[in-house]
Design a protein around this ligand. Sequence first.
Ligand SMILES: *[C@@H]1O[C@H](CO)[C@@H](O)[C@H](O)[C@H]1NC(C)=O
Ligand SMILES: *[C@@H]1O[C@H](CO)[C@@H](O)[C@H](O)[C@H]1NC(C)=O
Ligand SMILES: *[C@@H]1O[C@H](CO)[C@@H](O)[C@H](O)[C@H]1NC(C)=O
Ligand SMILES: *[C@@H]1O[C@H](CO)[C@@H](O)[C@H](O)[C@H]1NC(C)=O
Ligand SMILES: *[C@@H]1O[C@H](CO)[C@@H](O)[C@H](O)[C@H]1NC(C)=O
Length: 655
Amino acid sequence: MKLITTSISAAAAMVMMASSFVQNVHALSLTIRNDIPGNATSPIQYGMMYEDINRCGDSGIYGHMLRNWNFQASDAGEKPTTEFWSAIGDGSSIELDIKNGLNDANTNSLRLDVADSTTRKAGVSNEGWWGLRVQPGEKYQASFFAKSTGYTGPLNVTLETSDGTVVASAATSESLTDEFQKFEVSLESTASDVSIDNLFVVSVDSAEAAGSSIYFQVFSLFGETFEGRENGLRKDLAESMQGLNPSFFRFPGGNNLEGQTIDTRWKWNETIGPLEDRLGRMGDWSYWNTNGQGLLDYMYLVSLQYCLFRSHRKQYKMCEDFKIEPILDVYAGYSLTGVSVPESDLEPYIQEVLNELEYLTGPADSTFGSLRAADGREKPFNINYIEIGNEDWFSDTYEYRYKAFYDAITAAYPKAKIISTADQKSRLWDIFDDHYYANITEMKSLFSKYDNYVRNNTAIFIGEYGTHVNGCCNGSPANLEAGLGDAIFLTGMERNADLVHMIAYAPMFKREGHEQWNPDLIHFDTETVWHTPGYYVLSEWSKNRADTILQVDHTDGEFGPLYWVAGSNKETKQVFIKVANIGDSEQTVSINLKSLAVHTEGIARVITGDSLDLENSKDKINVKPEEYIFNLNSASDFEYTFSAYSATVLVLHIQ
Ligand SMILES: *[C@@H]1O[C@H](CO)[C@@H](O)[C@H](O)[C@H]1NC(C)=O
Ligand SMILES: *[C@@H]1O[C@H](CO)[C@@H](O)[C@H](O)[C@H]1NC(C)=O
Ligand SMILES: *[C@@H]1O[C@H](CO)[C@@H](O)[C@H](O)[C@H]1NC(C)=O
Ligand SMILES: *[C@@H]1O[C@H](CO)[C@@H](O)[C@H](O)[C@H]1NC(C)=O
Ligand SMILES: *[C@@H]1O[C@H](CO)[C@@H](O)[C@H](O)[C@H]1NC(C)=O
């Protein structure tokens, strides 16, 4: 073993000196074997798992800013109310009106009974999802349906601070009649600061409308959305997804696909078409889901994002050639109160899935493909991955359910890769979805879980993972320790990349203070978004993608406290060495790149901190990746000191 000194950039050296830990004297030596063939990684190694949990759909990535916008159920999924709405103007009042519905999907309306007010203003106001964010210069699109008995003038639409200062305003160009019509306006904020203590107001001149009733239904309000899409995503949250460099998107759940009962399952056909045609449902995480973000919206999310990532990497081609791979999870006859559809009754549920697949993939003149075309998307999508159910180890009926769905789906879509969620003997699978919510000790043992696992032409999908340092599923912090547990886990999965084809964390998001599950990767409130240590670990592991995993020979001891993997990428001509150090002392390692010559300037992307308890908060980001340049002593040998409590990616450029 040759001992080579490495010079490290001043910044990195300072970080290392600042740490009070002693250096490990028994240097570990790693030899990276580019001289023997490595295993190819999957082209969709890292991605996202998505479901509406922790208030991340309505109130989160779905950009709709108003709460209780169609009066069909309370937030708790019970009888509809006027909650989150108020009357504006003394004497005027609001009420839920069950006799003046808009259509079959929206059978109620919000009625404003207008009285003349001292301010000459009467109207309705909505308080948003824990406030309503107004940003300087931001443009907003608002829409709603309205009709009136007794008033035929225009309406004012305003965003106002809670003390009544107008920060954006517009008036409808059409006047009200006694039939529902859709009104749409654009507003632009004149606010000088970001604020959330605001209201959305629709009002009339109370002197002119006094004595009349105005009925409202299906309101919408969007600020600037990701890629400007109508009915689109909240931009900062979509950009946070983008920051994970994802290659696939598993949706729409998770538990939230399954329903507590069979009838409250996620039904694809109730999430499509214009907003006013969609039906909400009681979600599985204790709050109402509007389905304003529906099947087609998810599919647009998939194609838009991919297009953008590729352009960042200067590999831009046609977006359509390169979209993020959708992993469509389909309802398979099991709901969370433990009920299964009996084998003899499965047929309509199977048909429901076949219809959904035809909606997505069928030609524009097919029965369900034509619905898609009518919804604005002529060109069929490709669905290459279909997951049958979710976590079906919860049930004892998966044998017959899997078999029935598998047979029908593979008969119609023989090329699709089928994902099984639990062990069953009835039929084969292409991919098996394993979920891991585990503490540090368990993550250390999961590191090698797949090392000697049977390779039999099936693959593993880590559809959900997360380090829960105090145990699953809501009492663990998103701290540095959890991030390092994630790094150990991901490193173990990468070492087995020939088998483990896809990896996604869960849950991805939480609205701070309104979550059902901890930890999560992306935290947000009405105003802003921030990321956890685990987010940065996944992001670095995902952005620095190897196409080949290289064998690493080592001396002196076994894995722990250091865990490592190495890989190379032909296209970018890079070598990546990813190392997690869960120990409280820094570790110096000599690294030999046998038969590889790299540039003698390397990049280290380091996520670390001086305590395992460190967390990020809205006000303080304690843990985030830092980049250092370091110099190698020669093109194939160097020494590197990994900080205590760190997750590091060394990026080397092949000569
Ligand atoms: C709209 O607001 C403006 C300015 O506050 C006011 O002059 C006008 O009367 C309002 N119009 C209606 C229809 O309420
Ligand atoms: C959606 O399809 C299911 C059957 O798959 C059906 O029970 C339900 O009524 C449909 N919803 C609407 C609004 O048509
Ligand atoms: C981790 O979980 C295991 C059970 O799988 C338990 O025995 C152990 O005490 C836990 N360790 C910690 C540090 O919580
Ligand atoms: C492949 O191996 C897994 C894990 O041992 C096993 O569950 C599965 O049944 C095997 N599949 C085939 C086709 O042998
Ligand atoms: C490649 O995968 C095989 C198992 O299929 C494994 O035995 C071997 O160690 C792997 N090679 C590397 C470099 O990881």
